[in-house]
Design a protein around this ligand. Structure first.
Ligand SMILES: [Mn+2]
Length: 243
């Protein structure tokens, strides 16, 4: 795989062997084509991958393991995006009704797809960047659990400076659009950033491969403050070219 030059125009970069970054879609549930629902991902995720020199590929929802393995075999990296809650039955077997009511926006099909992709990517040592729900899915897929609800991290507006954290030896300000967070951290992951209240904001693998999860939304931060946040998607896309 070629290393992608940063200063060349997008058209030139598209002509080269760009690393393909698989982005599992969410179900949008727009009923504009009778029962033919729409699968998609937020524009800023794809834009951030393009900006970093990767070729984003939105993977439509399916739970067929053979299809998922075939899709993943075409990917150089996997980007897991934000969305609704993981069905808590996946990590908490004796769920009460009150606990069940805390979950928002469950899509079992998407859980199934993304958990399968996480485990398959892990086996293949495929680079993974997991954002918000993506970090939560990754943690559950690798054996961790989640807090069903936390206070103070669901900002009504898309503020770039909702709260601070220290990550990669620097103080940074991040946005915050989540009402769940990592509880028991999966054995393969280690916490690398927490908010001041102790909530896990970043977790990464222990063994040197590229597997990074963040609880905030860098795709929005890249759009708002590119000079501060471009490095993260570039680091991810660069890791896919080193395998
Ligand atoms: Mn937060």
């Amino acid at each position: 795989m070629h290393r992608v030059a940063r200063t060349t125009p997008v058209g030139y970069r598209l002509a080269m062997h760009q690393p393909v970054i698989g982005i599992p879609a969410g179900r949008m549930r727009r009923n504009w084509d009778f029962d033919n629902e729409v699968d998609g991902c937020g524009h800023l995720y794809a834009q951030a991958v393009l900006d970093a020199g990767g070729l984003p590929w939105v993977m439509p929802l399916t739970t067929d393991p053979a299809a998922l393995d075939a899709m993943l075999s075409r990917c150089d990296g996997l980007l897991l995006t934000g969305g609704g809650d993981v069905n808590p039955q996946r990590y908490r077997p004796n769920l009460t009704d009150a606990e069940r009511r805390l979950a928002v926006g469950i899509c079992d099909e998407r859980d199934e797809m993304e958990i399968h992709l996480c485990r398959a990517a892990w086996q293949r040592k495929l680079p993974v960047l997991a954002i918000c729900r993506g970090l939560q899915v990754l943690n559950v897929a690798l054996g961790g659990t989640l807090h069903l609800h936390i206070d103070g991290h669901e900002q009504p507006r898309n503020r770039w400076n909702a709260h601070r954290l220290v990550w990669r030896d620097r103080e940074r300000w991040v946005n915050s659009s989540h009402h769940q967070a990592l509880d028991k951290v999966a054995p393969e992951l280690t916490v690398t950033a927490r908010a001041d209240d102790g909530i896990v904001e970043a977790a990464e693998c222990r063994d040197g491969r590229y597997c990074v999860g963040v609880q905030f939304h860098p795709e929005r931060l890249v759009a708002q403050r590119p000079e501060e946040w471009r490095w993260l998607f570039r680091e991810f896309v660069d890791a896919t070219t080193r395998r």
